[in-house]
Design a protein. Structure first.
Length: 283
């Protein structure tokens, strides 16, 4: 990994160094030895994840005074973050100075669109070059995004293939670094590779997040008899009956209540509601 000092003392940019093969890539996001060598606190107090359901969501991070100070390692795993750091340490030489770091979403979207709309074909790519970069010759026309989905094919190989084909939209890593700077260009490329290679998985996860968000505030009936939810284990029924969560979201955060139990509880609620509707129609 690369650790680069910034204009604010104690604030560092940590860049990953992905090691790739046909399975994907591996990269360290934390290394106690390298962090310590850079003067960073290596004690791990907490590990947290946040998800923003809407764009332009504002979040703040707590600052602690000594002896309870904590170092913060912030990483964006999807989407974009505009991260602003303000030095509020009175004795610091950079007191009241600030710095901002941003992976702009439009840059990622622009690169994704370019990869999807740049096409190469057997007539423009010699078989020897295709075999060198892809492991096999082209059988038909492909977009660069199509090629990136292949195991072992990364951005640089796809970009070089477009250059071999003399495509007018061909862009290299060096071109993007000249436009955005090395740190942001490499981050855009990494996010583009992840978005394309794991599109199916990401879409599935987003669907699950949307579904979970819609059910978070589902109110549980006050008269719900958990003893009648026989699909649940006896322990889970006892726990829910004792704690009486107000919503399905609250129930999901109770220790011992698994995602499978929440799904079974949701099925019971749907059957209960359907039964009530049928009862009302018969009446």
């Amino acid at each position: 990994m690369h650790i680069t000092p910034t204009a604010i003392g104690g604030v560092m940019l940590v860049e990953l160094e992905p090691l790739g093969d046909e399975r994907g890539f591996f990269a360290r996001s934390f290394c106690a030895g390298e962090f310590a060598a850079a003067g960073l606190d290596t004690r791990v107090a907490q590990c947290n994840v946040s998800h923003n359901a809407r764009r332009a969501t504002l979040r703040g991070m707590h600052w602690q005074e000594e002896p309870h100070a904590e170092a913060k390692l912030v990483r964006c795993t999807a989407g974009a973050i505009h991260d602003v750091v303000v030095d509020i340490r009175p004795g610091s030489p950079t007191f009241l100075r600030w710095a901002a770091f941003e992976l702009k979403r439009e840059r990622l979207e622009r690169e994704l669109q370019r990869l999807r709309s740049t096409w190469v074909r057997p007539a423009t790519v010699p078989a020897a070059d295709a075999e060198r970069l892809l492991g096999k010759s082209l059988e038909r026309e492909y977009s660069l995004a199509d090629l990136l989905r292949r195991p072992g094919v990364g951005f640089d190989a796809a970009a070089e293939l477009a250059a071999v084909a003399a495509h007018p939209a061909a862009v290299s890593r060096e071109t993007l670094r000249a436009e955005y700077g090395r740190i942001e260009a490499d981050a855009v490329i990494e996010q583009a590779e992840i978005a394309i290679k794991y599109a199916g998985y990401i879409d599935k996860q987003n669907d699950e997040v949307d579904r979970a968000s819609s059910l978070e505030n589902l109110v549980l009936p006050e008269d719900l008899d958990y003893g009648q939810v026989t699909a649940l284990s006896f322990e889970v029924r006892q726990t829910l009956a004792r704690q009486r969560p107000a919503t399905l979201g609250q129930a999901s955060r109770i220790s011992g209540v698994t995602p499978a139990a929440i799904s079974l509880l949701l099925v019971h609620l749907k059957k209960r509601r359907l039964g009530g509707l049928l009862h009302g129609q018969v009446a």
